[in-house]
Design a protein around this ligand. Structure first.
Ligand SMILES: Nc1ncnc2c1ncn2[C@@H]1O[C@H](COP(=O)(O)OP(=O)(O)OP(=O)(O)O)[C@@H](O)[C@H]1O
Ligand SMILES: [Mg+2]
Length: 774
């Protein structure tokens, strides 16, 4: 039998050796233009030959530039070809930028080079050797929801109470093990602890088996399974040793143990490994990153060359001084000097504002001013500590018509939990909203499955009513099995209750009640992952947004218009993102809002007994400031609204750690002065007793005052019963056939409901749409 030749694999591992150093094949190249402009240390790192190299340097010193130039240099000098280069970084955005940069330097695409994130490279490797780790090459990658569902099944099968030991927590534990490359048989009793009555490791083992059975992996596997693969199959590892002659890693300080092992195995080949990083920018400790990997490098790669870069090319002296001064408050740093000969520039603006609304308004004004001065929006970024903070800026930008993009995540109103919560609101206000109803029908999981939904859909189509109305009708019959009928009945009753509440109770409270009673909040609370915490914060922020409207329908209308507007944006845009997502990037102007205790540094770090959490927050602040080339604006609000309440906020300790000589402090209300003088308590009193409504400084003013009540309710409560198709041919005494209950005789007809005495199932109430004349 002849087979078609397999399609050419551009990444095929071949044995073509590179010309060895100093052979005639290594012709000197005419143009070394790519080296121009590099300082001595940078150049040393770029042209360093043979053997491990660690570039350890502060922000903006050209580490990433060294990395890309080094790749270009390897290619231009003919020392290597693209397919022999592997470069790894942390985000897809960073990977794309590196590819572009290399292409620019070599004047064309570096086809065949592997440049991606640890995860994307891991997938590629695993697909090729899937069978060796018990998978098929078309394996799927599970998201956290699938992962948790699977774990839940396993916990239940073991008879473990998943209220006490939630699957989501276990999912986090397993993730941490995978970060440390601990396969089930490497997990010790000590690692496993008390969780799941001491059975966590056992369930982890079952989980891995189950994943293999369904031909799936989770994110952690993408790195860990490569390590396993190489450890168990040295011949495969050797293939990669032959292929990847040059390995380069950016943002090395944020590698976790598994990634480090991955790298160390791979680098044993030629030992030509170049890592660049900055211990002061290690911000993923909470995800298992180990700054210690920097120190380990010299030990694991004896004779490694260490290059330090001290000249910063990015920022003005004010920005650099402020960032350096701030980070000096951390203990246990490797320590480094930074200098620049960029001209002085502007001081860092530090501004105190009353509340988040004023903060968004002020920043919006600053951006408009920059725009008038012809500054491109793409050179402006807003960097927030927590995802929920983007909401106020997004709304403000939409009001101003300023195009923006949220990097590293969806826009606020497109986030999963926000869409879910909005779906609850929509069904409450407008029960015929089928899309919304389907979205939350079984979210959180309440045991309402596909089959009940199918029944509802049949009714919906046959009687031309909404799903909600179909549910109501199904409840009056035996069309649903007892359990789904009970559960659906509870859901419908809840919605009716929430709708009634809207008549008497403040809509914000109704929404809070809705999220509580539906079990939605509990679902997120049970999930102790950092993502879930962010989701809860987003929900709180949603209730803040709700405050700004008089009614729930008015709010929903506002949101519908927002999302509509947002999609039209294109071209030159302001970037909004978290500090974590900003790593490695740079902008002329950077806004750093929300520098308040509990927000930044965040509460988790403050609750932490040791200093580790706080120091990681400080590194984040350092990352934030050092993203700025020319201008940095730090701000803090005196009051934040959390759920229904105003809370007085205390300015971040990081503000006091900035050197005053480099700051331009301003505060409309003299807040900064008050705070820095240490009069926190007095101001807190003032703030909590503050009547925002009467002063007209609520968020409401930003949206043009009170919104008129919409007539949504009247319009949508139309009675669709008028259009439904009755079945006039069904009469008492007639023999009929029902899809589920079989043959029977009609006892009574009540509109579209029939009482039928079924031959097998006995008397039941059913809907006429499920019945045909026998
Ligand atoms: N020798 C140089 N001459 C001129 N500009 C340079 C030089 N080296 C780097 N730069 C510029 O300085 C800026 C910062 O460089 P780069 O992003 O490589 O720094 P980094 O050390 O990777 O920073 P981070 O720690 O934030 O990732 C870039 O705009 C880069 O083009
Ligand atoms: Mg960089």
């Amino acid at each position: 039998m002849t087979l078609m030749a397999p399609p050419a694999d551009p990444f095929e591992i071949t044995d073509d050796p590179v010309p060895a150093p100093n052979t005639p094949e290594r012709r000197p190249v005419a143009s070394m233009a790519h080296l121009e402009g590099l300082n001595d240390e940078q150049r040393k790192a770029v042209i360093h030959e043979d053997g491990p190299l660690l570039v350890l340097a502060g922000a903006g010193t050209g580490k990433t530039r060294v990395l890309t130039t080094r790749i270009a240099h390897l290619l231009i000098t003919g020392r290597t070809r693209p397919s022999q280069v592997l470069a790894v970084t942390f985000t897809n955005k960073a990977a794309r930028e590196m590819l572009d940069r290399v292409a620019q330097l070599i004047g064309g695409a570096a086809d065949g080079m592997w440049l991606g994130t640890f995860h994307s490279v891991g997938v590629r490797i695993l697909r090729r050797h899937a069978e060796l780790v018990g998978l098929k090459s078309n394996f799927t990658i599970l998201d956290t929801d699938d992962q948790t569902r699977l774990l839940k099944q396993l916990l239940q099968a073991e008879g473990i109470d998943d209220k006490k030991w939630p699957a989501r927590v276990l999912s986090g534990i397993i993730q941490r093990w995978k970060d440390r490359a601990l396969t089930p048989n490497k997990v010790t009793g000590e690692d496993a602890g008390e969780f799941a009555n001491g059975k966590a490791a056992e369930i982890y083992r079952q989980y891995q088996t189950r994943l293999a059975e369904v031909n799936a992996v989770d994110f952690g596997d993408l790195v860990m399974l490569c390590v396993t693969l190489w450890q168990q199959h040295p011949d495969v590892l050797e293939q990669y040793h032959r292929r990847f002659r040059h390995i380069l890693v950016d943002e090395y300080q944020d590698t976790n143990v598994a990634q480090y092992l991955w790298l160390r195995l791979l680098a044993q080949g030629t030992r030509d490994v170049c890592c660049v990083g900055d211990d002061d920018q290690s911000i993923y400790g909470w995800r298992g990153a180990e700054v210690g990997n920097i120190l380990r490098f010299e030990k694991d790669f004896p004779g490694a060359e260490i290059v330090r870069l001290e000249r910063n090319y990015r920022s003005t002296p004010h920005i650099l001084a402020a960032a350096s001064h701030l980070i000096a408050h951390n203990e246990g740093r490797l320590g480094k000097t930074l200098w620049t000969d960029v001209k002085e520039g502007e001081r860092i603006s530090v501004r105190g504002v009353w509340d988040g609304d004023e903060e968004a308004r002020t920043i919006g004004e600053e951006i408009e001013a920059l725009q008038r001065d012809k500054h491109p929006l793409s050179q402006i970024a807003i960097l927030v500590r927590a995802g929920f903070q983007t909401r106020e800026f997004e709304e403000r930008f939409i009001t101003l018509g300023l195009p923006y993009r949220v990097i590293g995540g969806p826009r606020f109103y497109e986030r999963q939990e926000i869409r879910d919560a909005l779906a609850y609101c929509r069904v409450t206000v407008q029960p015929d909203d089928d899309l919304a109803f389907e979205r939350i029908y079984n979210t959180p999981r309440r045991g309402l499955g596909e089959s009940a939904l199918r029944t509802l859909r049949l009714i919906q189509r046959a009687q031309r009513v909404s799903l909600f109305e179909a549910a109501r009708r199904a409840l009056e019959t035996d069309e649903l099995k007892p359990r789904p009928r009970k559960l659906l009945g509870d859901l419908i009753k809840s919605f009716e209750r929430w709708r009634d509440m809207l008549d008497g109770i403040n809509h914000v409270e109704v929404v809070e009640t809705m999220l509580d009673e539906s079990g939605y909040t509990d679902m997120l609370r049970a999930d102790r992952s950092p993502e879930a915490e962010g989701r809860l914060e987003n929900l709180k922020e949603l209730t803040n947004a709700l405050q700004e409207f008089d009614t729930l329908p008015a709010f929903l209308e506002h949101v519908a218009l927002l999302t509509d507007n947002a999609e039209k944006a294109g071209g030159d845009m302001v970037s909004v993102m978290t500090l974590h997502a900003a790593k490695g990037l740079e902008f002329d102007t950077v806004f750093l809002p929300g520098w308040e205790e509990g927000l930044f540094p965040n509460q988790r770090a403050l609750d932490d007994k040791g200093l580790a959490g706080l120091e990681e927050e400080r590194r984040l602040a350092y990352v934030g400031l050092t993203r700025a080339r020319k201008r940095a604006y730090v701000s803090f609000a005196a009051n934040r609204r959390v759920f229904n309440q105003w809370q007085a906020a205390i300015p971040s300790r990081f503000l006091r750690e900035l050197p005053t000589g480099h700051l331009a402090e301003s505060s409309d209300a003299g807040l900064y002065a008050t705070y820095s003088a240490g009069h926190h308590a007095g101001l807190r009193e003032q703030a909590s007793g503050f009547d925002y409504e009467n002063l007209g400084v609520t968020g409401r003013s930003a949206f043009g005052g009170n919104r008129s009540r919409t007539r949504w309710r009247d319009e949508t409560f139309d009675d669709r019963r008028a259009v439904e198709g009755d079945k006039p041919d069904l009469t008492v005494g007639q023999r009929v056939f029902h899809q589920k209950f079989g043959y029977g005789r009609i006892l009574a007809v009540d509109g579209n409901k029939l009482d039928i005495d079924f031959e097998k199932a006995g008397p039941k109430k059913v809907l006429d749409s499920f019945v045909d004349a026998a």
